[in-house]
Design a protein. Structure first.
Length: 62
């Protein structure tokens, strides 16, 4: 099981780095809100995080 935990940690860190590289600090804030909301079982916090990430992915509407 330690190998599974190690691989899981590497994947999470890699995903966070990709989000930060592509979407900056706002992307990390959205990801943190989403993660905290899911862990705390708070639909409002996770929804705010999901909306932030969705707005970043959608980009500006022209």
């Amino acid at each position: 099981m330690p190998v599974l935990a190690f691989v899981s940690s590497i994947l999470v860190i890699t995903f966070e780095q990709v989000v930060q590289w592509k979407y900056g600090a706002t992307g990390i804030v959205g990801l943190i809100l989403l993660t905290v909301g899911i862990k705390a079982k708070s639909p409002s916090v996770s929804s705010v995080g999901a909306v932030v990430l969705a707005l970043l992915v959608a980009g500006p509407a022209l």
